[in-house]
Design a protein around this ligand. Structure first.
Ligand code: AR6
Length: 172
C-alpha cells in the first residue's frame, strides 16, 4: 500500500468513468440535492433501492457523519457509489474538520475493501453543508495524501472554476 496519485478535473461527478464515485450524501441515504441529486438522477432507481436496504439492515438511524458505505452505481459509468456524509459547517462555530477528513479516509477504506482502483470525489460539504472551499480543499488534499491505500487514482471532480482553483492551489 502507498498513497494515491491525485488528479483534478472540472466537471460533473456523474460523467466520470471510474471504479467508484463518492457521493456527498446525508445521513438518511435517501437522496437530496447537489451531488446526491445528480447521482440518483443519472444512476437510476437501483441506487436508491440499495440505500433503502442498507437503512433497513444496518443503518436504521442513518449513516453517521464521517462514515462511508457502498452501493451499486446503477447506470453510472462506475461499479460502485460510495456514500459518505460530510459535516455541516456553522458560520458561528465552524465545523468538525476531523469528520470531514474522516469522509475521505473512510471512503478510501471502503474503496480498498471493494478493490476499487480509481475513485472520483466531489468537494464534500462545500455546497449545502456550507464548508468554505479553500479550507475544505486543504483538508481533502492533506487527508488523501496521508492515507495509505491501494487506490491508484484519486480524482477530485470540481464543479466550477472557484472550486477547481482552490484544489489546484493545494497541489503545489
Ligand atoms: N458534480 C461535482 N460537483 C458537484 C455537482 C456535480 N454534479 N453538483 C454540485 N457539486 P453538495 P454537501 C458541487 O451540496 O455540501 C445534498 O442535498 C457543489 O458545487 O452536493 O456535502 C445531500 O443530500 C459543491 O462544491 O454536498 C446532503 O443533504 C460540492 O459539490 C447535502 O446536500 C458539494 O455540494 C450535502 O451537502
Amino acid at each position: 500500500m502507498t498513497t494515491a496519485p491525485l488528479t483534478l478535473v472540472r466537471g460533473s461527478i456523474t460523467d466520470q468513468s471510474v471504479d467508484a464515485i463518492v457521493n456527498a450524501a446525508n445521513s438518511s441515504l435517501l437522496g437530496g440535492g447537489g451531488v446526491d441529486g445528480a447521482i440518483h438522477r443519472n444512476g437510476g432507481p437501483e441506487i436508491l433501492a440499495e440505500c433503502r436496504a442498507l437503512r433497513a439492515a444496518r443503518y436504521g438511524r442513518g449513516l453517521p457523519t464521517g462514515q462511508a458505505v457502498a452501493t451499486t452505481a446503477g447506470r453510472l459509468d462506475a461499479r460502485w457509489v460510495i456514500h459518505t456524509v460530510g459535516p455541516v459547517y456553522e458560520v458561528s462555530t465552524g465545523g468538525d474538520h476531523t469528520l470531514l477528513a474522516s469522509c475521505y479516509r473512510e471512503s478510501l477504506r471502503v474503496a480498498d475493501e471493494l478493490g476499487a482502483r480509481t475513485v472520483a470525489f466531489p468537494a464534500i460539504s462545500t455546497g449545502a453543508y456550507g464548508w468554505p472551499m479553500e479550507d475544505a480543499a486543504r483538508i481533502a488534499v492533506e487527508t488523501v495524501r496521508n492515507t495509505e491505500t491501494a487506490v491508484t487514482e484519486v480524482r477530485f471532480v470540481l464543479f466550477d472554476e472557484r472550486a477547481y482553483a482552490a484544489f489546484a492551489g493545494q497541489l503545489h
